[in-house]
Ligand binder design. Structure first.
Ligand code: NZQ
Ligand code: ZN
Length: 385
């Protein structure tokens, strides 16, 4: 097992009715900015629950944070929050609202010229205004991690940052808030969380059986509960299991002491930036090709994954590898998530554009062995056409 430091200070308030407890988590007298998206929280009672809980606080609102949150929108929030002397921000919504809020709280304290430098020049975030979250879409894990992904519309860039200062102080996970999710978002969430686990698991063995089995337990839970969620998205117990699985998939626990491979996410973000395809769907396109392309390097873990998760135990090694990738593809497709670029009307010209962008950005050394270079990215994308 590799050395590791583990730090995760996020307090989780899980379950029905927990929104009412948020006032106890926010300093008395704090001026609170509530951030949210396009209005789903007004249709499912979450907004009312939040406002009732915050009635002892001064509250201002910032709405219309879009999916794949825009830097341009978030900067408006930063300006308002500074003017209003906001000292606590509460994100209410899906991963985009939570991610957007992380950027807002970091940008509020940013002392350089343009907070976008946090993304492009990797200027470290050294302070941030405290914030909490009420999650309404299980998928990203953003509610219990310090990462954020922001899109700059003017340049069509979608880039990530993280900092020890952008962990939420607390996150409410009430499965009832998910009951209004469109099926498309339920499927997206399952595939996003599943891919997060695979990116921390399908690398090479370092004799970390506990991390392996924890990763496998999340995968198996998603495989069992996913179809139930699609058939009955208002079943409390099912959504509770999906919600906790998605959080556990990316809160840092399963990545300790093991190599990770975030190449799928890194490449897939370009497809959202260029074509607006839902995040999870871009992962479903890139991941199978990446696993095939890197089948040799990932062989031991892929065979383990195939056998323990999908029961693939017969045939030659190559046959087992292909059967394992196909089982993953079939799972995604069973959730109505297509897995080819052509399913999204994306062709070779986009592959060329991504390659050019990576060249300009000097992208190199992706993957757990730092051996995925731009030529490899091109081949992986060509295999996804
Ligand atoms: O904007 P509203 O009206 O709230 O509607 C949203 C949005 O249209 C809707 N929605 C959310 N909760 C709902 C609901 N509709 C009905 N009922 C509810 N309870 O769902 C739509 C999508 O929301 P969004 O927040 O964009 O989805 P998701 O949670 O999948 O977040 C995706 C973003 O997270 C980033 C992605 O790149 C993408 O930008 N990621 C963040 C990560 C992190 N911070 O660790 C890791 C992930 O890999 C991912 O990259
Ligand atoms: Zn993701």
């Amino acid at each position: 097992m590799n050395n590791f430091n583990f730090y995760n200070p996020v307090k989780i308030l899980f379950g029905k009715g927990q929104i009412s407890a948020i006032a106890d988590e926010i300093p008395a007298g704090a001026r609170v900015m509530v951030t949210y998206g396009g209005g789903s929280i007004k249709k499912n009672g979450v907004y009312e629950q939040v406002m009732t809980a915050l009635k002892g606080h001064t509250v201002i609102e910032f709405s219309n944070i879009e999916p794949n949150p825009h830097y341009e929108t978030l900067m408006q929030a930063v300006e308002i929050a500074k003017r209003q002397q906001i000292d606590f921000v509460l994100a209410v919504g899906g991963g985009s609202v939570v991610d957007g809020t992380k950027f807002i709280v970091a940008a509020m304290e940013f002392e350089g010229e343009d907070p976008w430098d946090i993304m492009t020049k990797r200027v470290p975030v050294e302070r941030a205004v405290p914030f909490g979250a009420v999650l309404t879409l299980p998928a990203t894990g953003s509610e219990m991690n310090s990462g954020s992904v922001v899109t700059r519309v003017s340049t069509k860039e979608k880039l990530a940052f993280s900092s020890p200062f952008t962990f939420p102080k607390f996150s409410v996970l009430d499965p009832e808030t998910t009951f209004t999710l469109p099926l498309r978002q339920v499927s997206n969430g399952i595939v996003d969380a599943f891919t997060h686990v695979l990116e921390q698991y399908l690398t090479y063995p370092v004799n970390a059986p506990l991390q392996d089995r924890m990763a496998e337990s999340i995968l198996l839970t998603l495989i069992e509960e996913g179809p139930k969620a699609i058939h009955n998205p208002q079943d409390y117990d099912t959504m509770a299991n999906i919600m906790w699985s998605a959080t556990m998939a990316l809160n840092g626990v399963i990545r300790v002491g093991v190599p990770t491979d975030w190449a799928t996410h890194y490449i897939a973000h370009e497809l959202t930036a260029l074509h607006g395809i839902d995040h999870a769907r871009t992962l479903a396109v890139v991941l199978p090709s990446l696993l095939r392309y890197k089948g040799k390097e990932k062989r031991e873990k892929l065979l383990q994954y195939g056998e323990r998760i999908w029961g693939v135990d017969a045939g030659t090694e190559d046959e087992r590898l292909e059967a394992t990738v196909m089982a993953t593809v079939s799972f995604f497709e069973s959730l109505d998530i297509r897995t080819k670029l052509s399913d999204y009307e994306v062709g070779e010209d986009t592959v060329k554009t991504i390659v050019k962008r990576f060249q300009e950005r000097g992208v190199k050394n992706l993957g757990e062995r730092a051996d995925i270079q731009i030529d490899d990215v091109q081949q992986i994308l060509m295999m996804s056409l």
